[in-house]
Write a protein that binds this ligand. Structure first.
Ligand SMILES: NC(=O)C1=CN([C@@H]2O[C@H](COP(=O)(O)OP(=O)(O)OC[C@H]3O[C@@H](n4cnc5c(N)ncnc54)[C@H](OP(=O)(O)O)[C@@H]3O)[C@@H](O)[C@H]2O)C=CC1
Ligand SMILES: O=C(O)C1=N[C@H](C(=O)O)C[C@H](O)C1
Length: 272
């Protein structure tokens, strides 16, 4: 067994941050070398294990990315768009790979990752699970096989703390459906319906978002026509599926050339 890959987790007190810490602790291929939270957070300066309610780990939670990145091989980042952009610049400067799970980024924010991706490896995906990434490929193929007699609707459900809609996964599935149909998603997407909307327009791709309780993440892609309906569904029942995917991505980055990649690259599902 070679040396362990040194991983930093950002947003370490968050739902995904804590799940990542547990997943890293259970792995014999990676080690947690640093943990970041936003300035002013109550965990800054504390031992991470103790802050999480367990035993000491020797990792002190910090708000200073450059110093923490300097001692790492890869950063795993599930935070908020503004923080992710700042982390991308710092990771590129430090020469460490950056695995991004953060969703809700605008096109302008995504464009700000292009510079850092010229200097380091960036893997970004709205969903790190194998199942969803397979569903992306299947959605593209089904959309390519069916014509516009089949109305495409994407329905997602998440917990009541989620701040962005549609989910990153729903947008990935929408992009795949649009690509399968040979259209640009931005030209055909219907993201809000309220009041007298008029009848559904042929060829549109609709999105609907449900928020409630502790739902981890559920996505349906519906192809509805006269007399029949196909529904492709993914249900995540445990956040560990995203953390394991992120760890797989972190390991995959090692030795790769700088560039912008996604989970299809990591999982070997990208079409040539
Ligand atoms: N790609 C995927 O597979 C998945 C993606 N996600 C996405 O990951 C993101 C996080 O989700 P989740 O863990 O549920 O959200 P949480 O709100 O639980 O966690 C986000 C964490 O980031 C922290 N944070 C905010 N700003 C900074 C900063 N500048 N520096 C360091 N930390 C910061 C927050 O701190 P504070 O709360 O104090 O502000 C919080 O602890 C979301 O965009 C979500 O959609 C989630 C699951 C899977
Ligand atoms: O915020 C979440 O929780 C999740 N976010 C991702 C998304 O926006 O699709 C992935 C997963 O569904 C959980």
């Amino acid at each position: 067994m070679g040396e362990k890959i040194k991983v930093v987790v950002t947003g370490v007190s968050g739902r995904m941050g804590q799940m990542l810490v547990e997943t890293i602790a259970a792995s014999d291929r990676v080690v947690l070398s640093g943990a970041l939270e936003r300035s002013g957070h109550g965990w800054i300066g504390r031992d991470l294990g103790v802050a999480m309610g367990g035993a000491e780990t020797g990792v002190i939670v910090s708000d200073t990315a450059p110093a923490v990145f300097a001692k790492a091989d890869v950063v795993i980042d599930f935070t908020v768009p503004a923080a992710t952009i700042a982390f991308a610049a710092a990771a590129a400067k430090a020469g460490v790979a950056h695995v991004i799970g953060t969703t809700g980024m605008t096109e302008e924010e995504i464009a700000q990752l292009e510079g850092p991706a010229q200097q380091t490896v960036i893997v970004r995906a709205g969903n790190m699970s194998l199942g969803v990434n397979l569903l992306v490929q299947v959605t593209k193929r089904v959309a390519a096989a069916l014509d516009e007699d089949y109305d495409i609707e994407i329905v997602e459900a998440h917990h009541n703390r989620k701040v962005d809609a549609p989910s990153g996964t729903a947008l990935m599935l929408g992009e795949a459906a649009a690509e399968g149909r040979g259209v640009a998603l931005e030209d055909v997407s219907d993201r809000a319906r309220d009041g007298i909307t008029g009848a559904r327009e042929r060829g549109r791709i609709g999105f609907a978002a449900i928020r409630g309780g502790d739902i981890v993440g559920e996505h349906d892609v519906m192809f509805a026509a006269l007399g029949e309906r196909i529904t492709l569904r993914h249900v995540a029942s445990d956040r560990s599926v995203f953390a394991r995917g992120a760890l797989k991505a972190a390991l995959w980055t090692q030795g790769k050339a700088p560039g912008a990649y996604d989970m299809l690259d990591v999982l070997g599902l990208a079409e040539q």
